[in-house]
Design a protein around this ligand. Structure first.
Ligand code: TYD
Length: 207
């Protein structure tokens, strides 16, 4: 199998963490070397920005939030993702650029052209490597929110109302429609084994 850069995306409570764990177990069984990482975060400095970005008490305007996401991403790419890919390792990343389009572009920016083109220009300038494949775990927003509500304290994003997550979902759909060669939609309903099978089938098809 050729080492690939894979990102996972989705709204709250779709089961990304479980799906990523299952894929990593599969890669390990296949004797593949990989790193598992996440955004915002994934490097020492970006994890510090993550704390600020997710803290419910942080009061950040929309542009600052967007720029901090990309500052974190820039450090993550340069210090973690690119070195791993150059060393021939798989990179399994929990969220990447499509989260910025979905959350900042559609959640905060209502899908407005001006906001989307700002994000697109940050991607063009600061993201030298896109994922080889992005798996969008798709579940109805209400179902995901019900699952997520069972977790402990809500972070700054999890405190948003359902209308925000409906727009985020719309953002993922927008990305999927625009980049069908990179983004695969995975039905995230059903039990863990069914979702794992869908994820592994998608990855096997590209590697
Ligand atoms: P996390 O706990 O990883 O969320 P989840 O468990 O739902 O994956 O928190 C990351 C939060 O950051 C999540 O609510 C989405 C948000 N986010 C953005 O708004 N923009 C981004 O570019 C990224 C990477 C994440």
């Amino acid at each position: 199998m050729t080492a690939r850069f894979i990102s996972f995306e989705g709204t709250e409570g779709v089961g990304k963490t479980t799906a990523i764990t299952q894929l990593c177990e599969y890669l390990q069984q296949q004797g593949q070397t990989f790193i598992r990482t996440r955004e915002p975060g994934g490097s020492v400095f970006a994890e510090k920005l993550r704390e600020l970005l997710l803290a419910p008490e942080s009061q950040i305007d929309d542009d600052t939030e967007l720029l901090l996401m990309f500052a974190a991403r820039c450090d993550h790419i340069n210090t973690v993702i690119l070195p791993a890919l150059e060393a021939g390792k798989w990179v399994i990343c929990d969220r990447f650029i499509d989260s910025s389009i979905a959350y900042q572009g559609f959640g905060r920016g209502y899908g407005e052209k001006k906001t989307l083109s700002k994000i697109q220009s940050l991607i063009t300038q600061f993201v030298p490597k896109l994922p080889d494949c992005t798996l969008w775990l798709d579940l109805p927003v209400a179902e995901g929110m019900q699952r997520a509500a069972k977790r402990s304290t809500a972070d700054r994003f999890e405190q948003e109302a359902v209308a925000f997550f409906n727009r985020v979902h719309q953002g993922y759909d927008h990305q999927w429609q625009h980049y069908p060669e990179r983004i695969q939609r995975i039905d995230a309903s059903g039990d863990v084994q069914s979702v794992t099978n869908r994820v592994i089938a998608a990855i096997s098809a590209i590697s």
